[in-house]
Ligand binder design. Structure first.
Ligand SMILES: [Ca+2]
Ligand SMILES: [Ca+2]
Length: 80
């Protein structure tokens, strides 16, 4: 009897890992969210208004969901 290996969608897995690594590299105090200072250090050319635009629930920090939305296609941080 053969064993069948189910191939995971590799691109999706790698994309998720890349996003998490990128955010954790900016999360200097490792609390899982980006403060305005951490964001500014990671995006030195970003206008302060961009932080406000990314922080959609207006709690003063960028959480992983907000960061992911902002960096996806069409988001404020998406590469055009
Ligand atoms: Ca942080
Ligand atoms: Ca937020």
């Amino acid at each position: 009897m053969r064993n069948f290996i189910i191939t995971l969608p590799v691109a999706l897995v790698l994309g998720t890992a890349g996003f998490a690594a990128e955010m954790s590299s900016m999360d200097q105090n490792a609390d899982g969210v980006l403060s305005v200072e951490e964001f500014a250090a990671g995006y030195t050319n970003a206008d302060p208004a961009v932080f406000v635009a990314v922080d959609t629930n207006e709690d003063g920090v960028i959480d992983p969901d907000e960061y992911k939305t902002a960096t996806e296609e069409g988001g404020v941080l998406a590469d055009k």
